[in-house]
Design a protein. Structure first.
Length: 113
């Protein structure tokens, strides 16, 4: 059974940093796309960043967020710097493998003073 488990969320002041982690178990995702999405209260889930033969970001997080992966640990990270209140959301890890999509349960990030 595939599981994606996120961690690293929390409360941070504007301008602060957090690093999210997503550990995949049950299958290896080393050669498959992995991504981060987020969903703010009252809004639809949106794409944040992805890694697969390169790294890709939505415009609002470019130059602030960095996605990376450790294939030995089957883990993807999201380093978030210069956080803004509008980054407040539940952050979800996602992976795609052989035509199937997998999602984690999410980790909450709150940016507030």
């Amino acid at each position: 059974q595939v599981q994606l488990i996120e961690s690293g969320g929390g409360l941070v002041e504007p301008g602060g940093s957090l690093r999210l982690s997503c550990v995949a178990s049950g299958r290896t995702f080393n050669d498959y796309p992995m991504a981060w999405f987020r969903q703010a209260p009252g809004k639809e889930r949106e794409y944040v960043a992805a890694t697969f033969r390169g790294t890709f970001y939505t415009d609002s997080v470019k130059d602030r967020f960095t996605i990376s992966r450790d294939n030995e640990k089957n883990t993807v990270y999201l380093q978030m710097n210069s956080l803004k209140p509008e980054d407040t959301a539940d952050y979800y890890c996602a992976a795609q493998r052989l035509g199937r999509d997998y999602w984690g349960q999410g980790t909450q990030v709150t940016v507030s003073s």
